[in-house]
Design a protein around this ligand. Structure first.
Ligand code: NAP
Length: 290
């Protein structure tokens, strides 16, 4: 069992840190808003620290799940940041969805201090984190990954290394690109059914068994039909992720016309007041126009 620190006890981090404690790791948590860390130690065996640096002090692994590029920089750097507390040989594992650029930047700074760094964004949402069945896409040196993988296993259904630093974040971008167009297609299909007078439940029961079936259809079609979006992966987060995808595509020369369009559709959902709605709320926009 390892000595680990977990930084960022949000929707994802709170249950992920809980799985580490349940596995028997010695866990110290830190959260910017102290009340969440207090709540965590009330529910799990572990300690809480006053700063990221204090939590990271003496840890073999420091895991984080915060918001965006700037949030990750803040948590890692500076006098109270994680890197200041970590001892040479310790490994930082980042579960935040961020750019490959900030990943490489922080990985290089970590290397200067003798620290390991693994980018390890996740897919599977709040339910995946709570049930410990996340898909984890990793980048970093083979040695750092091999050391971190048994720790990550506490909340992973599958964990794979895709390449050097940043490869995990690039894989997460592929994940989000694959979702964006698919959810819009599902929204249009359900909207078309409504207009044509077909009952959504009966429709989905049959077409989900064929070539149109997907995780989104199995898990979201019913709630989309019911106009329920108060759960799941927020539109604001999706726009952050698609922004990263589009910026990276600009750098690499990849063509993402549908992703760019769906990003604008999510902007419309934000204007409808849906920034915290689940990403399946694309159907609310289709309905508003139809
Ligand atoms: P969340 O519930 O909003 O939690 C964000 C966490 O990050 C909070 O603990 C927050 O602290 C902390 N944080 C944010 N900015 C910070 C800063 N500058 N300094 C220190 N702490 C900071 O978000 P989440 O849903 O857990 O998502 C976290 C990450 O996972 C995001 O990158 C998201 O894109 C990704 N992700 C989310 C899902 C999902 O379904 N939710 C799925 C896959 C990936 P406070 O409590 O103080 O605000």
């Amino acid at each position: 069992m390892a000595k680990v620190a977990f930084l960022g006890l949000g929707v994802m981090g709170f249950p992920m840190a809980g799985h580490l404690a349940a596995r028997g790791h010695a866990v110290t948590v830190w959260n910017r808003t102290a009340a969440k860390a207090e709540a965590w130690v009330g529910q799990h065996s572990g300690q809480r620290a006053a700063t990221a640096a204090e939590a990271a002090s003496g840890a073999d692994f420091v895991l984080a799940c915060v918001g965006n590029d700037d949030d990750l920089r803040q948590v890692c750097l500076g006098a109270t940041g994680a890197f200041a507390g970590m001892a040479p040989g310790a490994i930082f594992v980042d579960h935040t969805t961020v750019s490959a650029q900030v990943t490489r930047e922080l990985s290089a700074l970590a290397a200067e201090k003798g620290l390991g760094f693994v980018d390890a964004p996740v897919s599977g949402g709040q339910a995946g984190a709570e049930n410990g069945v996340l898909s984890v896409m990793c980048g970093g040196s083979a040695a750092d990954y091999a050391a971190a993988e048994p720790v990550i296993a506490a909340y992973a259904r599958i964990c794979r290394r895709l390449g050097e630093s940043g490869a995990g974040q690039l894989a997460k971008m592929c994940n989000q690109i694959a979702i964006a167009g698919l959810v819009q297609g599902l929204a249009e299909s359900l909207h078309f059914a409504e207009k044509a007078g077909l009952e959504a439940g009966a429709l989905v029961e049959v077409i989900s068994q064929g070539a149109a079936g997907s995780w989104q259809m199995a898990n979201r079609a019913q709630t989309m039909a019911e106009n329920r979006f108060d759960f799941g992966f927020a539109v604001d987060w999706m726009r952050k992720d698609l922004g990263i995808c589009l910026a990276t595509a600009n750098e690499t020369g990849a063509s993402l016309p549908v992703t760019a369009l769906v990003d604008q559709f999510y902007k419309d959902v934000q204007k409808l007041g849906g920034g915290r709605w689940d990403t399946s709320s694309l159907i609310a926009r289709v309905r508003a126009l139809g």
